[in-house]
Design a protein around this ligand. Structure first.
Ligand SMILES: C[S@@+](CC[C@H](N)C(=O)[O-])C[C@H]1O[C@@H](n2cnc3c(N)ncnc32)[C@H](O)[C@@H]1O
Length: 276
């Protein structure tokens, strides 16, 4: 049966509050069609006849599966190689040169791709780190933490396999050096790059972040657009707590944290620096 299970205003309000409380994602009051479209198949497959039934299940499931399935469908994971390339140029031309290898407390350079989706961003960071610091492997360990809330996205990120079309967006030199052709349509990131990247699940809404060491750079691009200002501001404060002084913070080019933020100075669109 192909009938659409529709959502009432009351059901939508409850579900969008639930999504906001669990994941910080602010659906607003105009995404009924999107929510209905993205969740209908799930409801039918699971045997629910209404969003009210589904909502009860969300509130009573203790396995975590209900939340996993929900976020896998609600989150927008759109990403691609070389997105907002000016940020990678900034890394190569400015940020890398400011990292003093002799001044690293524990001989590691730590980057975080926060909201990494399918992995294009963290693997690019790993490749660029290798290009710049690869010759100093005796002096420094390169680390990129790649986190997301969507398990589906993380499974793909951990595989490190990308379509030929997607990899064609990368500079040819990086593609030739750091990928192997798996078949006609797919390319896989080589082990040397994968070794640098640790893929982990992390919900930005959790009470505390489980990090002992601070990062030299955080990328959180095109993620906070889904959050409302209070959630975004709380998250920015927490990012700041986990960054070394003068570390760079990258957000999407269409995003802003204001030019007078108390933790960061504005450098250029989408690029901020942690104030000492
Ligand atoms: C549009 S993608 C951005 C990917 C990449 N950073 C880029 O700019 O291309 C946004 C990602 O944020 C993740 N996300 C949304 N809410 C989250 C949360 N509460 N905690 C962690 N990740 C979240 C989504 O799962 C999604 O993969």
């Amino acid at each position: 049966m192909n009938e659409i299970i529709s959502i009432t205003k009351v059901e939508y309000d409850k579900l969008s509050s639930f999504v906001y409380n669990q994941f910080g994602i602010n659906l607003g009051d105009k995404k009924q069609a999107l929510v209905t479209g993205r969740l209908n198949k799930l409801l039918k497959q699971s045997g629910f006849n209404s969003f009210s039934e589904y909502y009860s299940y969300l509130n009573t499931d203790t396995t975590g599966k209900a939340l996993d399935d929900l976020i896998n469908r609600i989150s927008t994971n759109h990403t691609y190689f070389n997105r907002e390339n000016s940020h990678f140029e900034f890394l190569k031309n400015v940020a890398f040169g400011e990292i003093n290898l002799n001044g690293l407390a524990d001989k590691s350079i730590r980057f975080w791709s926060a909201g990494c989706s399918y992995g294009e961003e963290p693997y690019t960071l790993a490749m660029l780190l290798l290009e710049h610091f690869g010759h100093y492997s005796d002096k420094v360990k390169l680390k990129v933490l790649a986190t997301d809330i969507s398990q589906n996205a993380l499974i793909r990120a951990a595989r490190g396999v990308f379509s030929a079309d997607n990899t064609s967006k990368l500079p040819v030199m990086l593609k030739n050096k750091y990928f192997i052709k798996k078949n006609k349509e797919e390319y896989e990131v080589i082990p040397k790059v994968k070794e640098i990247v640790t893929v982990k699940r992390l919900n930005f809404m959790r009470e505390t972040f489980p990090f002992k060491k601070k990062f030299h750079c955080i990328f959180c691009r095109n993620v906070m657009i889904y959050f409302d200002p209070p959630t975004r501001d709380r998250l920015i404060t927490r990012f700041a707590q986990f960054m070394e002084i003068n570390a760079y913070f990258f957000i999407g080019l269409s995003e802003s944290i204001g030019r007078t933020n108390k933790y960061f100075r504005f450098i250029q669109p989408g690029v901020y620096q942690k104030i000492g």
